[in-house]
Design a protein around this ligand. Structure first.
Ligand code: NAD
Ligand code: DAU
Length: 358
């Protein structure tokens, strides 16, 4: 039985990954979820697995060196799937320090924990793997509308968030080079799907639309992101963990570029399509809610991933079309308005008011 140490498993992608893996492998794997439960961590996402004998949650900060070492000494970990991070660009512009602590120093602690527990006299125990879940933002931005990020594209992070992720990637690479450490790095484009915290574009627009609040579009709305349905990402991570060639980087993308304004328009149209005629919220949902606001500082123009290498090496391709994925996502939010209500109380309100000056 393989044991997975999933960091940040109470966050958006981490919780989707745990649900995906339990659905796929059932009792044949064990998952240890290490999460500090920041504002972005929510154990409610994992309700359907929390009772299982092969799932365990540990409330631990990855910056706590001693705790991390002790986890590696207690459990025989086969896979580290490292999601835990501060993940929101806007927050990194306001407060970069926590991004350096968690994303860089936290990653270093995990590398050291895994290395000391996996090392043998002549290398490493068999079949161990560390997957650093990174981002296409480490490549900076594309200034045109035709080129793509490849694994060979030079790192050129622009925000404190992406600089911290690039730093972590370089640490992982240094462990591969210096210690022949068994790791892969995945670099993914924008994910969307259930359980995403409503500070990010898609859930924020769905939530605001349903509450007849303004839909704040940064700058011109013409910036482009390459959207990937979260389950497709989870599948890619599992494939890289199993079959990724040691030390390699894999880009993971959705072949699905959209301008922000297209996304916001599509969300309004889909809400009107999905809500029943008699739903009172329909009256207030319209394109008039779209409000252009001050641009994000240093706003990257376009991201677009070429996922050619992961397709050639591992046979992975995105499977969910945007038309299908956005409907699945919006249906999930409509069915889980109480989830949204619970997490948008308290701290979220303060963040929202400060960020959007309301
Ligand atoms: P998220 O913000 O939803 O979740 C992050 C999780 O990490 C939360 O559960 C939080 O409590 C936990 N965490 C934060 N600091 C911690 C610490 N010090 N110790 C332990 N746990 C801590 O993030 P996400 O969107 O799920 O992203 C997961 C990973 O994927 C991140 O590494 C991010 O950089 C990367 N990524 C995200 C996207 C995306 O579109 N969301 C795209 C590419 C890459
Ligand atoms: O590309 C991968 C990255 O995608 C991940 O590494 C990050 O963790 C993840 O947060 C995401 O970063 P972005 O900055 O692209 O995502 P966000 O949802 O914050 O913004 C998407 C686009 O929408 C971006 O161009 C900014 C714009 N935007 C965002 C918000 C929250 C708006 O126009 N209005 C908004 O209110």
């Amino acid at each position: 039985m393989k044991t997975y140490l999933v960091t940040g498993g109470a966050g958006f992608i981490g919780s989707n990954f745990i649900l995906y893996m339990i659905k796929k492998y059932g009792d044949s794997i064990k998952i240890i979820n290490v999460d500090k439960l920041t504002y972005a961590g929510n154990l409610e996402n994992l309700k359907e697995v929390e009772h299982r004998d092969n799932y365990k949650f540990l409330k631990v900060d990855i910056c706590d060196k001693e705790e991390i070492l002790s986890i590696f000494n207690t459990y025989d970990i086969d896979r580290v799937i490292h999601f835990a991070a501060e993940s929101h660009v806007d927050r990194s512009i306001k407060n970069p320090e926590v991004f350096v602590n968690t994303n860089v120093l936290g990653t270093l602690n995990l590398l050291n924990g895994a290395k000391q527990s996996w090392e043998t006299e002549d290398g490493y125990k068999k079949d161990k793997k560390f997957v650093q879940v990174s981002t296409d933002e480490v490549y900076g931005e594309l200034e045109d509308e035709v080129s793509f990020f490849y694994e060979t594209t030079p790192l050129d992070p622009h925000s404190p968030y992406s600089a911290s992720k690039a730093s972590a990637d370089l640490l992982v690479k240094s462990y591969v080079n210096t210690f022949h450490f068994p790791a892969n790095i995945t670099r993914c484009s924008n994910n969307y799907g259930p359980y995403q915290f409503p500070e990010k574009l898609i859930p924020l627009m769905i939530n605001n639309g349903l509450n007849s609040k303004k839909l704040p579009v940064y700058g011109s709305g013409l910036n482009v992101r390459d959207w990937l349905y979260v389950d497709d990402h989870c599948k890619a991570i599992d494939m890289v963990a199993e079959a990724g060639h040691k030390g390699e980087v894999y880009n993971v993308g959705g072949h699905n570029e959209k301008k922000n304004i297209e996304i916001v328009t599509m969300i309004i149209d889909t809400l009107l399509e999905m809500l029943p005629e008699e739903d009172p919220r329909r009256k207030y949902i319209s394109h008039d809610l779209i409000t252009y606001v001050e641009d994000r500082k240093g706003h990257d123009f376009r991201y677009a991933i070429a996922p050619d290498k992961i397709k050639a090496d591992l046979g992975w391709e995105p499977e969910t079309s945007f038309a299908e994925g956005i409907k699945l996502t919006m249906a999930w939010y409509l069915d889980n308005m109480d989830w949204m209500e619970r997490i948008t109380k308290g701290d979220y309100q303060n963040y929202y008011n400060e960020m959007y000056r309301e």
